[in-house]
Design a protein around this ligand. Structure first.
Ligand code: UDP
Ligand code: MG
Length: 348
């Protein structure tokens, strides 16, 4: 992939680490130590982008201190708490690495797993997702809902992952620049990116208990995830031409209505019976109106999609790579110059 829709220039570094931070003062020092140690063994250029998502504790000061100590660290402070998805999105916008790795600040992910994620990535994947083994969280509140959600998301999006919820994931530069996030959609990035034609792999990673502080989420997140899933499925299946989906349903329903209407008309003309009091007539009229409505909804949805694509310069295709010879470019360049030189306006 080389032509990401939102990429202004290409990646400038090997690796970006993106970390959302919300009230994690007790974890920051340790995070720095573990991450720096783990990345030292990887040995490529990297940057760390920590997004302080409106923390009310000392995370602000601690992150600034890290940044003063280590120039590879960039800090983005939000004005208020915008949520983990927004924090990740800010990190993605700022990221300059060829590979972008996301990791939680609470050390539930082990930074040493970044190595195996990157190894897998190097085999030629666009997304490599961590798959937490031996989850430490509560069975009923976390693990069962999460297992069900992963099943459901895998089945309805066609991208089969065991652990959508694991933040430790690696993405190709083009993926993070190409996927727009809102709501709680960050966990669906692999599914949303499936539109781009990405290759996705999983790597088992450790799951550790939170080191300090408590989780920012409760059971309520499950409902948000389900609502988001509905949106994702809609976006994925109706994306390019919603008119085709609504239109097909409209033709089907309207067609049945028209057939019923035709039957009643013929019936009346041939037998001279009254049809005015027949429920079938009401059904025929209802179906025909419904058909028209479905088709017009499709047209409206289509126009919304068009605005969406054009206002965001969203392409309807994604290119993995381009190859063409330099010589061909030069020739093309010369040919383009010819008309303006002299041949376009031959004098005399
Ligand atoms: N987080 C954030 N903004 C929020 C909530 C969470 O940036 O509004 C960060 C948090 O600091 C942590 C990560 O997102 O680094 C995951 O949050 P948490 O550990 O609470 O989620 P859980 O592990 O329980 O799913
Ligand atoms: Mg956590």
């Amino acid at each position: 992939m080389s032509d990401a829709p939102h990429a202004t220039s290409g990646p400038e570094l090997a690796l970006s680490i993106v970390i959302p931070v919300y009230n994690e003062e007790g974890n920051i020092e340790r995070l720095y130590a573990e991450l720096t140690e783990a990345l030292a063994t990887i040995g490529s250029d990297y940057e760390v982008i920590a997004i302080n998502d409106g923390s009310q504790d000392r995370s602000y000061q601690l992150l600034n201190a890290l940044q003063a100590r280590d120039e590879r660290w960039h800090i983005i402070h939000f004005r208020r708490n915008f949520g983990q998805t927004a924090a990740l999105a800010a990190g993605f916008d700022a990221a300059r690495g060829q590979v972008v790795v996301t990791i939680d600040a609470d050390l539930q992910n082990d930074p040493r797993d970044i190595g195996s994620i990157l190894d897998k990535f190097a085999e030629g994947y666009d997304i490599v997702s961590g798959w937490r083994q031996n989850r430490k969280e509560s069975l009923f509140l976390r693990r069962i809902p999460s297992a069900l959600a992963n099943r459901l998301i895998s089945r309805s999006t066609g991208i089969k992952l065991h652990d959508y919820g694991c933040t430790l994931k690696a993405y190709h530069y083009d993926v993070v620049k190409g996927v727009r996030l809102y709501g709680e959609l960050h966990r669906f990035i692999p599914a949303l990116a499936s539109q781009m034609g990405v290759r996705v792999a999983e790597v088992p990673v450790k799951d550790r208990a939170r080191r300090w502080g408590s989780s920012k989420y409760g059971f309520g997140r499950t409902f948000k995830v389900i609502l988001d899933l509905i949106v994702v499925v809609f976006v994925l299946s109706y994306f390019n031409r919603p008119l085709y989906v609504f239109g097909a349903a409209g033709f089907l329903v309207g067609g049945i209505g028209a057939l019923l209407g035709a039957y009643l008309t013929v019936f009346k003309l041939l037998t001279e019976n009254k049809i005015g009091d027949r429920p079938l007539l009401q059904l025929a009229a209802l179906l025909m109106v419904l058909g028209v409505q479905l088709i017009s909804t499709g047209i409206v949805a289509d126009m919304i999609m068009r605005t969406y694509h054009e206002s965001q310069h969203k392409p309807i295709y994604f290119i993995r790579e381009r190859r063409r010879s330099e010589r061909h470019d030069e020739v093309a360049e010369q040919e383009r110059e010819l008309p303006t030189a002299s041949s376009a306006h031959p004098e005399g």
